[in-house]
Write a protein that binds this ligand. Structure first.
Ligand code: CMP
Length: 143
């Protein structure tokens, strides 16, 4: 069992695609351990994307992620990190394979709808950045 952080970025909320994309993850067998909608401020956006500081797209990326509300969640399941990343497809929507979230709904490098943690270390860091411990719920359901 593994947990991963997902962010439905402002483009997903604005395009009203949150439910459709969340359904893909649930249908795959992942389950929701945490979920909330919030407006991101610049310090939180800069912390989340700290590894990209200094890159040419960094300021635009912070403008984008703070440009409207996001829905952020924790998904859990077997190999959740890799499963989510493969369901998202390539970072650049224009290059992402059909059948992936970005391949089906995005044609942009920046406005690529969903962020998913890229490693167990990132998942731990990102979940702690976005959620208080009591907001991530431990529970059991069938399957
Ligand atoms: P994400 O998986 O959230 O991780 C970093 C984000 O930076 C990425 O998705 C895109 O939204 C954005 N990004 C990555 N590369 C570029 C780029 N070349 N130009 C603009 N935005 C980018």
């Amino acid at each position: 069992m593994q947990r991963t952080l997902i962010i439905f970025k402002p483009d997903t909320v604005q395009r009203r695609l949150v439910g459709q994309i969340l359904q893909r993850f649930e249908s795959k067998g992942l389950r929701i351990a945490a979920l909330k909608l919030l407006q991101v401020d610049r310090p939180l956006g800069e912390k989340h994307y700290a590894e990209h500081q200094g890159k040419p797209f960094f300021e635009g990326l912070i403008d984008f992620i703070t440009g409207g509300p996001v829905v952020v969640g924790v998904l859990e399941g077997n190999e959740a990190i890799t499963v989510v990343r493969s369901m998202l497809g390539a970072t650049n929507g224009a290059a992402a394979a059909p059948g992936t979230v970005r391949g089906d709904f995005s044609i942009s490098k920046q406005n690529n709808l969903i962020h998913g943690s890229d490693s167990p270390e990132s998942a731990l860091r990102e979940i702690a950045l976005w959620f208080r411990p009591e907001e991530v719920v431990d529970y059991t359901i069938d399957g």
